[in-house]
Design a protein around this ligand. Structure first.
Ligand code: IPE
Ligand code: IPE
Ligand code: MG
Length: 252
């Protein structure tokens, strides 16, 4: 492990890693257990990955915990996921504070059950002054929802005369997204072998490196994260330029 860790170039770390934590249900199935058992074990992976990211010096970690589309799952599974959220936030609060990690959330939080929203907001409030890393939970999140609500707000601002249409550019638009204070992720990881984005951070991942692994989320451990970062560091991020131009470029 140490050996793997030592290969990471600390000057080329992504500032922000986003993860689509997928495969809890299939993981549970391989263990002959109900899906909820997979979600419970998924929380263990969240804890491990959060800690290692903080140790490595990653500034932002955004985890897709519940998509807007996930409401269409059986009510018992949705209920279990919401209870797990309350439980996890409450249980982890001490550790988050001990590790100086700030909790934040993106998504349509108003539509969460009152108890889940309450636990979440309490967690955000209790950790707001922490500075080592920001852990962002995407909850009832959908990228298209986020983009549409940004358009609505911008439209309203124009209507009220606070904004001219000419002023709307990429920078301004980003400020109306729920990620307004968060840099775009440089690395997006999806577990469980699925190779799709599932309505996650569509605007923000415009130039992210995508990393897909077959590993189910509850099995995703420190070494898997390090492997993803090493893979990221082997890639050449060109941002539209040619390889030759990058040699003289100072920016990674
Ligand atoms: C990811 O695992 C967790 C959530 C979406 C909440 P899944 O529950 O999607 O697991 P699979 O994809 O069915 O195996
Ligand atoms: C994406 O996983 C959402 C989360 C990880 C919370 P899903 O398992 O819901 O995605 P699809 O339905 O397979 O695309
Ligand atoms: Mg899934």
């Amino acid at each position: 492990m140490e050996a793997l860790n030592n290969h990471i170039d600390p000057t080329k770390l992504p500032r922000h890693i986003a993860i689509i934590m997928d495969g809890n249900g299939r993981w549970a199935k391989t263990h002959g257990k109900p899906r909820v058992f997979g979600h419970k074990n998924g929380v263990t992976a969240v804890r491990e990955v959060t800690e290692i990211c903080a140790e490595l010096g990653i500034e932002y970690l955004t985890l897709y915990a519940f998509s807007t589309e996930n409401w269409s799952r059986p009510p018992s599974e949705v209920g279990a996921l919401m209870s797990l959220l309350v439980e996890a936030v409450r249980n982890e609060l001490k550790t988050l504070n001990k590790n100086n990690i700030r909790l934040q959330a993106i998504g349509d939080l108003d539509k969460l059950p009152a108890s889940s929203r309450k636990a979440l907001l309490e967690g955000i409030e209790a950790t707001r002054n922490n500075t080592r890393m920001t852990l962002v939970l995407a909850l009832n999140y959908s990228s298209r929802w986020e983009i549409v609500q940004a358009c609505r707000q911008i439209g309203q601002q124009i209507k009220e005369g606070h904004l001219n249409p000419e002023e709307v550019d990429e920078q301004l638009f980003s400020r109306f997204l729920s990620t307004k204070d968060i840099p775009d992720p440089e690395l997006l990881i999806r577990t469980s072998g699925e190779q799709r984005i599932s309505n996650y951070l569509l605007w923000q991942i415009a130039y992210a490196e995508l990393y897909f692994t077959e590993v189910f989320w509850p099995d995703f451990k420190k070494e898997n994260l390090i492997e993803a970062i090493l893979d990221y560091q082997r890639r050449e991020r060109r941002f539209g330029k040619t390889s030759e131009q990058l040699v003289t470029d100072v920016k990674f």
